[in-house]
Design a protein around this ligand. Structure first.
Ligand SMILES: [Fe+2]
Ligand SMILES: [Fe+2]
Length: 317
């Protein structure tokens, strides 16, 4: 693809304006140039046995994850065919290819490590502009949660480093997808005269809520996530000893680390990290010993509330 002549000099960083041809070429070129060609089968997968293999097999969402990646690939590829701008179309098609490759990578993990994950039937994915927007905001929320889980899994050394390095590449691709998405969205909105601060933040919040609602109801991926009954023990082993503050701090730090690898001139996803930061500031008012497992029990919540009142300075009561 030949990019159009820039409306600003390429080295004029401060002059980059959202909605210009220069902006479009920058976010599309950055996305295309950071694509890494590889085939899932040729990656350096380690040999796993014993407890590590059991832990990988026990991950409860293999079926769900493969299904939503496959469906994402179908939807993004179909949406790319409707995009009239050839520069944007090439980038969206590449994202569709990467999503399809994520599904193939998941399938390879299942085959290689003997993981039993039934195929989930899903209806065909609709691929309108509105679907791409809800999908994009869904990726913003999913990626942020993924960054936090990934950072904590690495910290706890739950899986060997070669596995973590492969999944680091997948999360980097998701960081590229969400950065491409927010730039595409702002580019389009600006060109339609709807890029004022309030308008775009309301649109982003609406998109995030629609994405979360769609994920929980199964509308977004065509299937709702299901936790098998025996997944609870494995899940609590993962979150054992981790406080919500730990999780949010890890997710925010990892989010910064991944997004810092992309062109500094491009706007980055900000709504989900801002909500997380506000939640973090709120949670810091809770007792420091509160953990994710404790927080889910009503008794612990009642305890935390009483505790907080007891330890608050007199003037704050
Ligand atoms: Fe993906
Ligand atoms: Fe993605």
């Amino acid at each position: 693809m030949v990019f159009a002549e820039a409306e600003h000099a390429p080295d004029d960083r401060l002059a980059m304006e959202i909605g210009t041809t220069y902006h479009r070429d920058l976010f599309c070129r950055n996305f295309i140039e950071t694509h890494r060609p590889f085939e899932p089968e040729s990656l350096p997968w380690p040999r796993l046995e014993g407890a590590l293999l059991e832990r990988l097999r026990a991950f409860p969402l293999w079926s769900y994850a493969r299904t939503i990646e496959r469906r994402a690939g179908q939807m993004v590829c179909a949406f790319a065919e409707t995009v009239t701008d050839p520069v944007i179309r090439e980038a969206v098609a590449l994202q569709g290819y990467e999503e399809t490759r994520h599904a193939r990578l998941m399938q390879h993990v299942l085959d290689r490590y003997g993981i039993d994950a039934p195929d989930l039937a899903t209806p065909p994915a609709p691929a309108t502009r509105e679907d791409f927007i809800v999908f994009g905001y869904g990726e913003c929320t999913d990626s942020f949660l993924g960054f936090g889980a990934f950072a904590l899994a690495r910290k706890k050394a739950l899986f060997p480093e070669p596995i973590m390095s492969i999944f680091e590449q997948i999360l980097y691709e998701e960081a590229r997808h969400i950065t491409f998405f927010v730039n595409w969205f702002r580019y389009e909105e600006k060109r339609a005269g709807r890029d004022r601060f309030g308008e775009r933040h309301v649109a982003a919040l609406r998109g995030c809520f629609a994405a979360v609602k769609g994920a929980l109801s199964g509308e977004r991926g065509g299937v709702a996530p299901e936790f098998p009954a025996d997944a609870a023990a494995e899940f609590s082993a993962f979150i054992d000893g981790i406080t919500p503050i730990d999780f949010l701090e890890a997710a925010l730090a990892e989010n910064r680390r991944f997004l810092a690898r992309l062109d500094p001139r491009l706007p980055k996803p900000g709504v989900v990290p801002t909500i997380a930061l506000l939640a973090l500031l709120g949670l810091r008012a809770l007792p420091p010993r509160t953990q994710l497992t404790e927080l889910t029990s009503p008794r612990a919540l009642r305890h935390a509330r009483d505790d907080r009142t007891e330890h608050q300075p007199l003037l704050a009561r």
